[in-house]
Design a protein around this ligand. Structure first.
Ligand code: SF4
Ligand code: SF4
Length: 427
């Protein structure tokens, strides 16, 4: 949707500032009551979700123009969706997240593109990934695993690693052991290897909305060729693209999509995976935004001219994201004690990496991550556990830079360890 088409949403903003805070009934302490990293870091109202709506409305009305300063405010935002959840508690006729995306698209159309984002788009166009790496190296993460190559044989489940897991060597054990875990449960798991490409979600988020269509079509042809009935990804950003962005833009993959934690949780509940070995550790779970509130499946459009009349089943409240499967996996592992942070589920604080912030504003990403690490440490947990390679990257880097003692782990790492007699998988 264009900014002009979202005029009613923008005009509906009451400037109440609820989008800066965890919804009031969910606040547990003053220390962890804020929810928008952008306005908490940069302070001016314009940085909040509502502030960006007001700026967009002013631009559409011709009362202001785009500038480098406006673009800086627009892109100092992780698109974490926390403002949308808080706003919808009070105003369910406003789709704030749609305005943030459309505002970025307008910035790109008008030539206000950040150089780091331009570099990323060029990498996507040239090498099909967001990390400036070579396409030919994409399948190297799976070397020696003997997984089915969907270019030559059919599979039951298609495993899509995503850009970060395909290239980030520091996270390689996680993606390798996740794939092997599924294979050891008897699943005929296939990968596209070097022919896998980016989901295109990051291009859409930074304002190149049209680019995503090419990636979606590419993905659909791979899905069809694989013969798979299920598409599994360990990446929360890819999950968000497949479950929300694709259907919102009329792009249908024609396959059931699951996040790796949903799939593993299902296998545990069916008795195909049995975590038996005790892992004595106290952990806290961080909900990745794009798996949690932003991972809520697309509920369908509304054609009416008054959103107040929109049926509640079509509202993107964030409540139906993936919150329970990762927690159920953790609590199924003997010895693990799960302690919750104050801001959890759809009210979580972001890791800092999303929406192109890690690439363009790394200092802001690290600042946001540190706030979450402090919240995690306050639970007394020994480790922050999550389910997204982008969260893991920024948390691990921040822990190292600040010399913190908190461990950063992936849910699947702990599951594999419990299934593997307490040893790290070492695939
Ligand atoms: S976006 Fe929503 S919550 Fe934020 S100021 Fe406007 S109406 Fe209030
Ligand atoms: S998406 Fe997140 S960072 Fe951006 S304005 Fe909303 S709450 Fe703030």
């Amino acid at each position: 949707m264009t900014l002009h088409e979202l005029k009613q949403d923008m005009e509906g903003c009451a400037r109440c500032s609820h989008c800066k805070w965890v919804p009031h009934l969910q606040i547990k302490s003053w220390r962890y009551a804020k929810v928008c990293p952008s306005v908490d870091r940069y302070h001016f109202h314009s940085y909040s979700g509502g502030g960006k709506m007001n700026m967009a409305n002013s631009y559409v009305d011709g009362r202001s123009e785009l500038s480098d300063t406006v673009a800086q405010v627009v892109y100092r935002c992780q698109l974490c969706g926390a403002c949308q959840v808080s706003c919808q508690c009070y105003r369910d006729d406003i789709d704030l997240a749609d305005v943030l995306l459309a505002f970025r698209s307008t910035c790109v159309e008008q030539g206000y593109v950040l150089p780091e984002h331009l570099e990323m788009i060029e990498s996507m166009k040239r090498e099909d990934n967001t990390l400036y790496m070579k396409k030919a190296d994409r399948g190297k993460w799976a070397d020696g695993l003997d997984l089915i190559d969907i270019n030559t044989a059919r599979a039951e489940t298609l495993f899509h690693a995503g850009c970060r897991y395909s290239y980030d060597e520091d996270l390689r054990d996680i993606v390798r052991s996740t794939a092997m875990l599924f294979r050891s449960s008897g699943v005929r798991l296939g990968i596209a290897g070097k022919d896998e490409a980016c989901c295109g979600g990051r291009a859409y988020e930074i304002g190149y909305q049209g680019e995503m269509k090419n990636y979606a079509e590419d993905m659909a042809s791979r899905v069809k060729a694989s013969g798979a009935q299920v598409l599994v990804t360990p990446c929360s950003d890819c999950y968000y693209a497949f479950k929300y962005l694709y259907p919102k833009n009329g792009l249908d993959l024609g396959i059931k999509v699951l996040h790796a934690t949903e799939y593993a949780d299902q296998l545990i509940k069916e008795g195909r995976l049995k975590p038996r070995t005790e892992i004595p550790i106290t952990v806290t779970y961080h909900d990745p935004c794009h798996l949690g509130r932003r991972g809520e499946f697309y509920k369908g459009g509304w054609q009416g001219d008054n959103k107040l009349m929109r049926p509640s089943r079509l509202k993107q409240t964030g409540k139906l994201g993936i919150f329970d499967p990762p927690r159920d996996i953790l609590t199924s592992i003997p010895g693990i004690e799960l302690r919750e942070m104050e801001r959890i589920r759809e009210y979580s604080w972001c890791c800092g990496a999303g929406g192109g912030v890690l690439e363009a504003e790394p200092e802001f990403a690290a600042w946001t991550a540190l706030e979450r690490l402090e919240e995690a440490a306050a639970t007394g947990a020994q480790a922050l556990v999550t389910a997204c390679p982008w969260c893991e990257r920024v948390f691990k880097d921040t822990v190292k830079e600040k010399g913190l003692s908190l461990k950063v782990l992936d849910v699947m790492e702990l599951l594999v360890q419990s299934l593997n007699g307490g040893r790290h998988a070492g695939f």
